[in-house]
Design a protein around this ligand. Structure first.
Ligand code: F6R
Length: 581
């Protein structure tokens, strides 16, 4: 089950609704099937919410006409209960004096719901979250808000980032984190809380990421953080130097296109990142297990190939399967690659690894994300915020880090111009996209270190175009898949002029003979002749081909998606950060 959602809270002197609406826009990538805000003022608490995206719902329901200086907002990604007005957050208790927003999954909610229903509580939604409001209502009969809050938390099993307001206590917002991210934003005479930093960046650059088990009370002029028993704990604040422009589209029609183009700008910052502690561990350990999911797994697979070619004992695992097949011990180094730093499958694999006493290297883009608290050594991707749900620039940054763990940094000195050169081919790629847009299936092939790039090209293509696509090492086609290659099927061949070219040429011929339309990404003269469409690769260091190959594949996926009328930034059924297994 997916448990994503975006939370924001504000308390201060400004109009809360305006701040919440702007913040929710930045949190949309975490979920966008329904949205709502709650504002407390002299009249009590007003909730407005509905199915749909922030821009539409906010206008239809007049979010910014709500007056008050304290409020909560929420973008929902349906888990328990369909996307609809009733299931959208915020949720009230029976008295409408307690309101909350929640991200996570309450595993024991059914039992709690039955108990509360037996005591006369009435539920209006199918969500697990609403149960918490009623629990607090029950607890508030005997306790003041803070104690009602922590006593209720103790009854919950599962994960949460929570923010709660009481109509009778308009000076405080109560928040807690367990398994879902939550960060305090520290302003002057105002305080924020949100699922991540961009939602608050308009107002402050100082943040305090809560840790699992933390409970906090925020007020206009301060915050108090404690454990679940109410015992004070100290948490460090961090200051970030991102500006909001980095999180905006910068003139491109979609974040994804901006982020693909961004690759030429930030790559040198990635190359400047400090890999020394991680590299020391890589050099020292006998066995290297790499764990990651989706796009990050493809970067991990490439890293495993680079290490294997150097004679190292390395293997990449899909993180969600790691605990079922791997056998790590104290001599194993586990390298976890996760741009968000919050992917539950990766965190679960690391929990398993930690129990086996492995060393852990974390590679992530997000400062203060969950993985940063687990890893023995960290590498930051320095890719800037990535808003498009489909990972592009963070994949490029992961590739760069993978290479830096195996080769000296100097090897990457031309990567920036390689990427820039490939970006210039956008118009020809757009023309090829027009030929592919009505396809029902597509196949991607490569060999050697181009195989992870074929996998990634195929994933990008299918997830935003919604065209079925598969990727294989070229040699595998004849072992089954060739039966699917019929007239008109697009075959995208990642065919650099390296030692794989002669064999890949054979695979291309096999598919051509069956009527496939061959699109080659190549600098090999023979393969060019055999192909229907060619995207030309530059003549470069053969080890670096993946940096050039991935750019046209990202652009191809993007343009096919747009030509089919999809929104590539928000592919259906997907969200940016997948915080449950
Ligand atoms: C696809 C994509 C996903 C992520 C995967 C892991 O475009 O973005 O496949 O790569 O969900 O996410 P992270 O890297 O945050 O662990």
């Amino acid at each position: 089950m997916i448990a994503l959602c975006g939370i924001i809270g504000y308390i201060g002197n400004q109009k809360a609704s305006e701040i919440l609406v702007k913040g929710l826009k930045h949190l949309e990538y975490r979920g966008y099937d329904s949205v709502g805000v709650a504002i407390a003022n002299e009249q009590g608490i007003d909730i407005r919410k509905d199915k749909g995206m922030i821009d539409d719902v906010s206008i239809n329901l007049g979010f910014v006409s709500m007056n008050g200086h304290i409020g909560l907002g929420h973008n929902r990604w349906a888990t328990h209960g369909a996307p609809c007005k009733e299931n959208a957050h915020p949720h009230f208790d029976c008295t409408k004096k307690i309101v909350l927003v929640h991200n996570g999954v309450i595993e024991n909610y059914l039992r709690l719901k039955e108990e509360l229903a037996a005591k006369g509580h009435r539920f209006v939604s199918d969500t697990d979250s609403e149960v918490i409001a009623h629990l607090m209502e029950e607890q508030s009969k005997t306790d003041k808000p803070f104690y009602a809050f922590i006593k209720s938390l103790k009854k919950l099993k599962g994960s949460y980032a929570l923010a709660v307001m009481f109509a009778d206590d308009k000076e405080h917002i109560y928040i807690a984190r367990k398994g879902s991210p939550l960060i305090i934003g520290v302003g002057k005479g105002e305080m924020f809380c949100a699922s991540d930093i961009p939602a608050m960046l308009n107002y402050t650059k100082t943040f305090i990421p809560l840790e699992d088990g933390d409970v906090a009370t925020i007020s206009k002029n301060g915050y108090k953080i404690s454990d679940i028993e109410g015992k004070a704990v100290e948490r460090k604040s961090i200051t970030v130097d991102w500006d909001l422009e980095m999180a905006e589209k910068g003139g491109y029609p979609h974040f994804m296109l901006k982020e693909i183009n961004d690759q030429r700008h930030f790559i040198n910052e990635t190359i400047a990142t400090d890999v020394s502690a991680a590299k020391e561990l890589v050099d020292k350990c006998d066995k290297i297990d790499i764990v990651a999911c989706g796009t990050s797994y493809h970067a991990g697979l490439l890293l495993s190939y680079l290490l294997m070619r150097k004679g190292r004992n390395a293997r990449a695992y899909i993180a969600s399967d790691y605990q079922f097949i791997a056998n790590p011990d104290e001599n194993t180094l586990v390298i976890a690659i996760t741009q968000s730093g919050e992917t539950a499958d990766v965190l679960q694999a690391l929990k398993f690894a930690k129990e086996k006493k492995t060393k852990i290297v974390g590679i992530t883009n997000i400062v203060a994300s969950s993985i940063t608290r687990i890893a023995d050594a960290l590498v930051y991707l320095n890719a800037g915020l990535e808003i498009g749900v489909a990972a592009t620039k963070t994949f490029m940054a992961q590739l760069a880090v993978a290479y830096m763990l195996v080769y000296p940094k100097e090897k990457l000195e031309n990567v920036r111009s390689i990427i820039a050169g490939m970006l210039e081919k956008e118009n020809e790629i757009k023309e090829i996209a027009a030929k592919l847009k009505d396809a029902h299936d597509a196949f991607f092939i490569g060999r050697g270190i181009s195989v992870p790039i074929a996998y990634e090209g195929s994933l990008k293509f299918k997830e935003i175009s919604y065209i079925h696509s598969e990727a294989y090492p070229g040699g595998e086609l004849k072992h089954g898949t060739l039966s699917l290659i019929v007239k008109g099927i697009p075959l995208i061949a990642i065919a650099p002029d390296d030692e794989t070219a002669p064999k890949l040429m054979g695979n291309i011929k096999e598919t051509k003979a069956r009527g496939a339309i061959v699109i080659s990404i190549t600098d090999n003269p023979e393969i060019k002749k055999e192909s229907d469409y060619v995207i030309e690769l530059p003549k470069i260091d053969k080890d670096l081909y993946p940096f050039a190959e991935i750019v046209p594949l990202q652009l191809l996926a993007y343009h096919v998606s747009v030509l089919r009328g999809n929104n590539p930034d928000k592919p259906r059924n997907l969200a940016k950060s997948v915080t449950v297994e």
